[in-house]
Design a protein around this ligand. Structure first.
Ligand code: KIV
Ligand code: NA
Length: 275
């Protein structure tokens, strides 16, 4: 995918959009080589890479550094970068300064922010300024302290209605796409049907316009809790661990390095050295 028009195109043709997170150049490179439609530099960075137990401590500097690395690794893929916690709730000037860093400095094609009615003003302003905005509704990890934990959203009538309203408001404000996280499949389907922009689901069932998952969850790498909605396709962590154990053992037993990993000197230089 090259632009927001491709999201629109897929919405219309019904071909699901595949999206994965990435936080560094090699992961981004593999995502691009695998043909994935889009990459999200998520602030899940804080949990899966930086070792925090929530996304709240992630800073603008963190997001800029990792977005730059992803952009270098995947120069030809549509890259969305998350605005981190509290980076878009101050003045519009402050928000624009932060967005400028992700787009101009780091090379993101679009930004993502969490929330519905409360961020409509920002979505409108950014879209008018020419920055494509992806919304994020349902389970919004930056509000974990307010929500009181990570759980399925929109299960009751009031919550479901609020989510539908928020999604419509984001579309109206100019968002080109919305992520729906951890909501009942029936509700996600309804929202995808009601919106004319692409709805990308994570833990939102099979009837959205696309799916996004966290890189480390997909490849089975890391010690963070993996939610029910994730499918893990390989056990990269196990493979890495056994490689590290072999290296460790071969160093201890002097099996590594072998002659094929070593450099040698010319005979006459050697004789000269020993006199
Ligand atoms: O930060 C992230 O990885 C995300 C996705 C889970 C949508 O926001
Ligand atoms: Na995120």
């Amino acid at each position: 995918m090259k632009s927001v028009r491709d999201f629109q195109k897929n919405k219309q043709t019904g071909e699901p959009i595949s999206m994965i997170t990435a936080y560094d150049a090699p992961a981004a490179h593999l995502a691009e080589a695998s043909g994935l439609d889009a990459i999200l530099v998520g602030d899940s960075l804080g949990m899966v890479v930086l070792g925090y137990n929530s996304t709240l401590p992630v800073t603008m500097d963190d997001m800029v550094l990792h977005t730059k690395a992803v952009r270098r690794g995947a120069p030809n893929t549509f890259v969305v970068a998350d605005l981190p916690h509290l980076s878009y709730h101050g003045s519009l000037d402050e928000t624009l300064t932060n967005v400028r860093r992700l787009v101009q400095e780091a090379g993101a094609d679009a930004i993502k922010l969490e929330g519905g009615a409360s961020v409509i003003h920002q979505v409108k302003a950014l879209t008018e300024a020419g920055v494509p905005v992806m919304g994020h509704l349902g389970l919004t990890p930056q509000s974990v302290a307010v929500m009181g934990g990570y759980r399925v959203q929109g299960k009751d009538l009031e919550g479901a209605r609020k989510l539908i309203e928020d999604a419509k408001a984001l579309e109206k404000a100019g968002a080109f796409s919305v992520v729906l996280e951890c909501v009942p499949a029936e509700l996600a389907q309804r929202i995808a049907e009601e919106l004319s922009i692409a709805v990308i689901g994570i833990g939102a069932g099979a009837h959205t316009d696309g799916q996004v998952l966290v890189y480390h969850d997909v490849i089975g790498y890391g010690d963070v809790h993996v939610p029910k909605f994730v499918k893990t396709y390989t056990e990269a962590g196990q493979q890495i661990k056994s490689a590290l154990e072999m290296f460790h053992q071969e160093v201890k037993s002097r099996q590594f390095p072998g002659p094929e990993h070593s450099f040698t000197m010319d005979e006459e230089v050697l004789v000269g050295l020993y006199g």
